[in-house]
Design a protein around this ligand. Structure first.
Ligand SMILES: Cc1cc2nc3c(=O)[nH]c(=O)nc-3n(C[C@H](O)[C@H](O)[C@H](O)COP(=O)(O)OP(=O)(O)OC[C@H]3O[C@@H](n4cnc5c(N)ncnc54)[C@H](O)[C@@H]3O)c2cc1C
Length: 432
């Protein structure tokens, strides 16, 4: 017996477990979450989405509504909600103790389907984890109530104009004042998502000498000397990509995240969830595109046939479907492994795998976006109407390929990590 299907019944438009097929990963609470997020997005986002895209911004008040709806806690938490956040609302009334990595996956799957609202949360997803995992309790107690209530916003600022993939060589400096109470920050950060509307910048800075050991993470409040200006990017303005400059910005020394010199490792650990989360988003992007392309192929006629009656068009759908299914299965496997492993073992064993998963997401997106665009014909290049979601997905593909670690860099990282694990296993065997 299968359960009734949820959402679209078009092939690959929803994950297979939505269609009623069995899965070992999803329980009632995942279904409840899926239903609640979809309903919330259909009511609060869908009716306004096109208008927001056209005007290039989302109304500020929506963020507070997101907090009230219980979206910010799980977004900031990722795969596990700490007990001290249990008193905040959580969408779908999922108990904090039950929240797991599959809830995180379902939440993002539905938010991305919901439309442009997902772009509001990018800074929170990547900026909050260093605060939660590495900051002092007193700093957490001060900052989290502000950002979890939606009163203030946070982003992650690592990349600089002259230093992206090569994080070890960043040059923004944070120098202690002679009395040791503050840091004075000088430098520049580039392509910082959500920076325009952020109050806090989780920033990688140089507090010591050259290389990785000289890097620290510092939470910098928007204050005198910190300036932001927008950068126009291919995917559009909604995620507020930002150029940040720091000119003698004075930051309390207590805003240091963990120890001086720990910033490089903190940045690398943070990347693992970011890369997995990019896979979540890529999957739903592909599903939206294939959904719209199917709808069109089932009704558009050319050469006295529906498009779907052309074997060449079916060949495209088959190739897209097998890649989407494979990406879903691999993503679920990684989510499952991270659920079972300790955080430390997850980071050690799956850093390279999540890098390669993120690469695969970009490659599948590139393929699906291009094939769907061709199926739509001219509509696939049009910003309004039936091809508009495919047009915007096509433009968004580079955002799955470069941010969070560029494709070429991550392929290399994946191999180096795999070899490292292989050598560790060999050594462990020889000790037996
Ligand atoms: C829209 C957008 C949003 C972003 N959001 C954020 C954010 O919120 N916070 C943040 O800190 N950063 C952010 N970034 C920055 C992003 O992480 C970097 O752009 C990315 O890491 C690549 O760095 P880079 O642009 O300096 O490219 P570079 O490091 O200069 O690399 C350019 C290219 O050179 C090649 N290359 C470089 N090194 C190697 C290598 N070792 N092996 C093989 N090939 C290599 C690759 O093809 C790479 O794509 C964002 C970027 C964009 C475009």
């Amino acid at each position: 017996m299968t359960s009734p299907s949820f959402g679209s019944t078009l092939p690959w438009a929803e994950p297979s477990w939505y269609t009623g097929r069995p899965s070992p990963y999803y329980k009632d609470s995942h279904r409840r979450l899926r239903d609640a997020v979809r309903k919330w997005c259909d009511e609060h986002i869908a009716p306004y989405n096109e208008e927001w895209i056209e005007q290039g911004s989302i109304p500020t008040h929506l963020y507070a509504e997101c907090a009230k709806a219980g979206l910010l806690i799980p977004i900031a938490a990722g795969k596990a909600i700490p007990p001290e956040w249990a008193h905040y609302p959580i969408i779908g009334d999922i108990p904090a103790a039950e929240w797991d990595g599959f809830h995180d996956f379902v939440l993002w799957d539905e938010l991305v389907r919901g439309g442009s609202v997902a772009s509001l949360f990018i800074g929170l997803v990547v900026g909050a984890p260093p605060l939660r995992h590495f900051a002092s309790k007193s700093l957490q107690d001060k900052i989290f109530p502000e950002i979890l209530s939606g009163e203030k916003r946070i982003c992650l600022a690592v990349t600089e104009p002259a230093c992206g993939s090569d994080v070890r060589n960043l040059t923004t400096t944070a120098e202690k004042t002679p009395d040791g109470t503050h840091y004075i920050v000088n430098g520049e950060k580039k392509w910082i998502t959500n920076g325009m509307f952020s109050d806090y910048f989780m920033t990688a800075v140089r507090t010591g000498g050259p290389g990785a050991e000289g890097i620290s993470m510092l939470l910098i409040p928007r204050s005198e000397g910190l300036k932001t200006r927008p950068i126009s990017v291919i995917a559009g303005p909604l995620s507020a990509t930002t150029y940040v400059t720091f000119e003698d910005v004075k930051v309390p020394a207590s805003y240091l995240i963990g120890q001086e010199g720990a910033g490089f490792r903190q940045t690398m650990v943070n990347f693992n969830h970011e890369r997995l989360w990019i896979a979540f988003q890529a999957l739903r992007g592909c599903r939206i595109a294939i959904h719209d392309a199917f709808q069109w192929a089932l009704k558009r006629e050319a050469f006295e046939k529906k498009l779907i009656e052309q074997p060449v068009v079916r060949y495209k759908f088959g190739n897209m479907g097998r890649q989407i299914d494979a990406l879903q299965a691999w993503t679920e496997q990684v989510v499952y492994e991270l659920e079972i492993l300790s955080d430390k073992d997850g980071a050690r064993l799956l850093g390279g795998t999540t890098a390669l998963l993120k690469v695969e997401s970009g490659i599948v997106c590139k393929y699906v976006a291009e094939e769907c665009l061709k199926i739509m014909g001219g509509l696939g290049l049009t910003k309004t109407g039936q091809g508009s979601r495919i047009e915007s997905f096509y433009r968004a593909v580079p955002s799955f390929v470069v941010p969070g670690g560029s494709e070429d860099v991550l392929i290399d990282l994946g191999v180096r990590e795999a070899l490292k694990i292989s050598m560790q296993a060999e050594k462990a065997k020889s000790r037996l």
